[in-house]
Design a protein around this ligand. Structure first.
Ligand code: ARG
Length: 407
């Protein structure tokens, strides 16, 4: 009789390769690997072979780049979701999509379990588990296996395990740092090694998408980004799909050293952790969209949107993507962004990006009201009556209360 199956989220790295063997041995399940491509590398070449060499009975490689960009990144961008005002949530957006694909794959191959490579200390286990449990709430229950959370092996024991299982390991030089890295098209997250000392400046080898400022071009470069209802649609006047746009902007902004983030962040599981990110496209797009909103949204719309952004980013960070509230917020944001169409010009130079212009057919900026020139149409005399009534409650209070106290 065939064994039951488990679908494992598979990156091709050492931990996930060991997991194939470990699941088969410890759970007596056949392992089907699922590699979901959401951009940003690592190279997917050879993943099938690696999975097979570790004993996977089948390996699926799914391209989900378009879905990732349009259904996860863009809603987050439009919501202005930036965790703790600093981290564009690259990894956090990827997890619910992967959870969805794991459940889909499990249903497709008739698996009884799914597995992921998260440890017991991070946010990602929460995002995976919560996503999987929520999406599998209908139908056959799916068991969740998290080898790295369960196996209690040290790094050296993992290596021993790999050797025993006859798995080939990447050679690592004596003094080479081995960071824990997660990447997709929206950003790259780096943890561990010397970064665990919060005072230690991230060494150059922690970065791979961005140039250090002293090696970037000496001339600034301008890039024009066009948005349609809050969604980026063109770079420098050239219409292009989201994936291409994000990839190109990562290269362009990264070459000017834009997108480095060094953050000491609050994990959901209660730990503070030092994280280094590289998110060139995300940084520039958030900045550009925000600039366009200053022209297309009313003051009240801007304020409410700004108030909601931390709520949205906490939802994403905390693994509550598949909730009614997230859908409600998206509906509201879509409505707010209805007229946020137009162009923004950003200057990239030596690690910084600066907005230098914005325009929109729906701009609320009215030259004739704003100008100090002879074309001024603003009724200066009306200001007098306005201020009289506007300051009425303050004056009344000053007379009846504060003045009495002072006496
Ligand atoms: N701290 C980030 C988050 O929770 C990124 C975690 C990425 N993992 C890694 N191995 N670097 O979203």
């Amino acid at each position: 009789m065939a064994r039951d199956k488990c679908v494992l989220a598979y990156s091709g790295g050492m931990d996930s390769t060991i997991s194939i063997v470990w699941i088969r041995e410890n759970y007596d399940l056949d392992v089907v690997t699922l590699t979901v491509d959401i951009g940003g590398g690592p190279e997917l070449e050879g993943v099938r072979e690696r999975a097979a060499s570790a004993g996977a009975i089948q390996s699926l490689v799914w391209d989900a780049k378009d879905e990732f960009a349009s259904d996860f990144i863009v809603p987050g961008l439009k919501a202005g979701a930036m965790y703790e005002d600093t981290y564009p949530l690259s990894t956090a957006f990827g997890r619910p999509l992967m959870a969805k694909k794991l459940v889909e794959a499990a249903r497709q191959v008739g698996a009884v379990a799914v597995a992921h490579g998260c440890t017991g200390k991070g946010n990602d286990q929460v995002r995976f588990d919560a996503g999987i449990k929520t999406l599998a709430a209908h139908g056959e229950p799916l068991r969740i296996i998290a080898p790295a959370r369960e196996w209690e092996m040290t790094r050296d024991e993992e290596k021993e395990f790999a050797n025993r299982a006859g798995l080939e390991l990447r050679e690592v030089g004596e003094d080479q740092r081995v960071y824990s890295i997660d990447r997709n098209m929206w950003g790259l997250a780096v943890e561990g090694e010397d970064l665990e000392d919060t005072w230690f400046e991230p060494p150059e080898d922690a970065y791979s998408w961005t140039q250090p400022a002293d090696q970037t071009p000496d001339a600034p470069e301008e890039v024009e980004i066009s948005f349609d209802q809050g969604t980026p649609v063109a770079l420098n006047g050239e219409k292009m799909g989201l994936v291409k746009l994000i990839e190109q902007l990562n290269l362009l902004a990264g070459s000017h050293g834009v997108g480095r983030v060094d953050h000491l962040e609050n994990r959901l599981v209660g730990i503070k952790s030092r994280e280094v990110y590289e998110t060139p496209a995300a940084i520039v797009l958030y900045q550009a969209l925000k600039a366009l909103e200053t022209s297309t949204l009313s003051r009240d719309q801007q304020r409410i949107k700004t108030q909601l952004a931390p709520t949205y980013s906490d939802l994403v960070y905390d693994g509550r993507w598949y909730t009614g509230l997230r859908e409600n917020l998206d509906a509201f944001i879509d409505s707010v962004m209805r007229y946020t169409t137009g162009d923004v010009r950003v200057k990239l130079y030596k690690g910084s990006s600066t907005v230098t212009g914005r325009r929109s057919p729906y701009s609320l900026y009215d030259f004739e009201l704003a100008t100090y020139s002879t074309e001024d149409q603003f009724d200066h005399n009306a200001a007098v009556g306005f201020i009289d009534i506007y300051s009425l409650p303050a004056r009344t209070q000053m007379k009846r209360q504060t003045m009495n106290e002072a006496r």
